[in-house]
Every structure is written in structure tokens, then in C-alpha cells.
Write a protein that binds this ligand. Structure first.
Ligand code: 13P
Length: 336
């Protein structure tokens, strides 16, 4: 795994039956997750939780890569091994979130820009030394009255492309994540329009900045109704509009599209992924890079208690297995 070419890493991350576990919650976000199970967020509990997921027996059958947070990639498992060693022993490729989160965008009301480019070349070199073979940078695009502006889409796309070029220079596969948020009461067609414009802008910037498409993965949102929209599009509509949107915007040279779950329930995200994979021929692999939709049941089962570790691992294994089935278009609700 250590001396794989970037194209091979990208392909391995979207191998049949496999996808990515996003376990790169920032310190603030993981605190929210641990608060939800009344568990204090300490360096140790965060390590215990990530170790629980990553040491699940058979996880490597369904998980090709894991996105880690800066703290996690430096942590050791309970047995003293670096967590990256435990991950590699499972046949899973370690990855790393390298953006530094969002800040309000100047001269814009309510839009965000992702930061983290300063010093990025040096940080990427260090992460590669620590074992990472791919990276992630998330840009956030919100839909509300009057937003997003093209200005917001442009600056975020420019930053995504600068990050992606630096990753390839450093020998890491960039996962390019422009997330159009599902928060709000907008309908699926508004989500389609914003996602299409965003992806067109992102791929234009990637081209301008000489990013090699064969050596990257795209991590987009699905084209979906806003979470407060009174008329929720059904599974078929989400799947067909999402695929149509990618046909219009994502070059065939990109090896894979790995979805974020973005606040969908575990089953909803699984059903959407499955429907797309059943819809037949397209030029890219269609897989997953889920955070919440792979972790929700495991987190709830764990409750921060050592006596629940085994049950939580069983819950994670079950969810990963179902998500993997959906990635192959072979999921059925009765498997739940
Ligand atoms: P969710 O699947 O919970 O949206 O997380 C994926 C992710 O990495 C967001 O950046």
C-alpha cells in the first residue's frame, strides 16, 4: 500500500463492494456526537470511539479507506500501536482531513469559505510521512433566499483546486468535496441547479489548476429535497436527478464519486446509493464516504461504555455491510 501510484490508490478506494468511512469529525463536531450519548469528549474517549470502529473485525471487507482528523492520525491504539498501523492491518487505507474548517465569507451575508491553504504543502508532506495516502477538503454551499452567490462558489472552487493540486504534488489522492447543504426548505430542483453550477465551476477550476482527474475522487452531495421541504422527492427521483447532474458535469476520467450522507438517515442514504447503482451504466464508480450514515447506530449502541463495545462493533459491521451491498446495487430493505 505504501508505494502505490495515485491512480491505483484512487481506484482502490472505490473498489467493488467498498467505500470510505469518514471519521474526521473536528474536535467541535465529535463533541456534539459524544454529547448525544452523554459521553465527555476527551482525547481518550475520542480515541476509544475511533478505535472501536477501526478495530471492528471484517471492517476491511466493506471499508477501503478511512478519513482521519489531525488528532487521530497521531494517536496510538490501546495496545500501543499507532492507529494507522491498526488501520493498515485491516487492509484499509488511511486518509486525512486537511482543511481548517469554514469562516464567514467577506462581503457576503451568510456564506462560508473554507480555510487551510497557508502552510498546506508542508502539512501534506508530514501527513504522508504519518501514513496518509489520500486527503479531504470540504467546501460548504448553503441554499437560502439569495444564496449561494457565484462569488461564494468561485472562491470555494478555487481553494478546492489549489488544495487538490498540492495533494497530487505531495503524493496524496485529493478527495474534492463541494457540499451543497440539505438544510432548508428548498425543493430538489433548486438543489439540482445549485449542485450543477457548483460542479461545473469546480471542474473548471480543477482544469485551470492542472489537477489530474484520474488521480482524484469527487465527494458530492446527492441531489435531494431540502430537509424542511414539504414535498420530499422519492428514492427514484433522487437517484435519477443525481446521476443526470453528474452526467452533465463530471468528466469520465474521474475514477469515482463517493457520496457524503449530509444528514440523511442511515437507511435513506443506503437506499439512494443502491438505487443509483441499480440504474446501470455510467463512467465512474458510485460509492460512499459516509460519516453519520455509517456511524449513527454504532455510536448510539456504544453509549461510551466498555461493556457495549462488542455490540457497537456489531452495529457498525452490519451498517457497513448494508452500505457495501448498496454500493453494488444489491441492497434490500429486508436486510435491515
Ligand atoms: P456525513 O456523511 O455525515 O455528511 O459526513 C461526511 C463528511 O465527511 C462530511 O464532510
Amino acid at each position: 500500500m505504501d508505494d502505490m501510484e495515485l491512480e491505483d490508490v484512487a481506484k482502490a478506494l472505490v473498489a467493488p463492494s467498498k467505500g470510505i468511512l469518514a471519521a474526521d469529525e473536528s474536535t467541535g463536531t465529535i463533541k456534539k456526537r459524544l454529547d448525544s450519548i452523554n459521553t465527555p469528549s476527551t482525547e481518550e474517549t475520542r480515541r476509544d470511539y475511533r478505535e472501536l470502529l477501526l478495530s471492528t473485525k471484517g471492517a476491511g471487507d466493506f471499508i477501503s479507506g478511512v478519513i482521519l482528523y489531525d488528532e487521530t492520525i497521531r494517536q496510538k491504539a490501546t495496545d500501543g500501536r499507532p492507529l494507522t498501523e491498526l488501520i493498515k492491518a485491516q487492509g484499509i487505507i488511511p486518509g486525512i482531513k486537511v482543511d481548517k474548517g469554514t469562516k464567514p465569507l467577506a462581503f457576503s451575508d451568510g456564506e462560508l469559505v473554507t480555510e487551510g491553504l497557508d502552510g498546506l504543502r508542508e502539512r501534506l508532506n508530514e501527513y504522508r510521512e504519518l501514513g496518509a495516502r489520500f486527503a479531504k477538503w470540504r467546501a460548504v454551499i448553503a441554499i437560502k433566499d439569495g444564496i449561494p452567490s457565484q462569488y461564494c462558489i468561485d472562491v470555494n472552487s478555487h481553494a478546492l483546486a489549489r488544495y487538490a493540486a498540492l495533494c497530487q504534488e505531495a503524493g496524496l489522492v485529493p478527495i474534492v468535496e463541494p457540499e451543497v447543504l440539505m438544510d432548508g426548505d428548498h425543493n430538489i430542483d433548486e438543489c439540482y441547479a445549485v449542485t450543477e453550477t457548483t460542479l461545473k465551476t469546480v471542474f473548471d477550476e480543477l482544469y485551470q489548476q492542472r489537477v489530474v482527474l484520474e488521480q482524484m475522487l469527487l465527494k458530492p452531495n446527492m441531489v435531494i429535497s431540502g430537509s424542511d421541504c414539504p414535498e420530499q422527492a422519492d428514492v427514484e427521483e433522487v437517484a435519477s436527478k443525481t446521476l443526470y447532474c453528474f452526467e452533465q458535469t463530471v468528466p469520465a476520467a474521474v475514477p469515482g464519486i463517493v457520496f457524503l450522507s449530509g444528514g440523511q438517515s442511515e437507511q435513506q442514504a443506503t437506499m439512494h446509493l443502491n438505487a443509483m447503482n441499480q440504474m446501470g451504466k455510467f463512467p465512474w464508480e458510485i460509492s460512499y464516504s459516509f460519516g453519520r450514515a455509517l456511524q449513527a447506530s454504532a455510536l448510539k449502541t456504544w453509549q461510551g461504555k466498555p461493556e457495549n463495545v462488542e455490540a457497537a462493533q456489531a452495529a457498525f459491521h452490519h451498517r457497513a455491510k448494508l452500505t457495501s451491498a448498496a454500493r453494488d446495487g444489491e441492497y434490500r430493505p429486508d436486510m435491515e
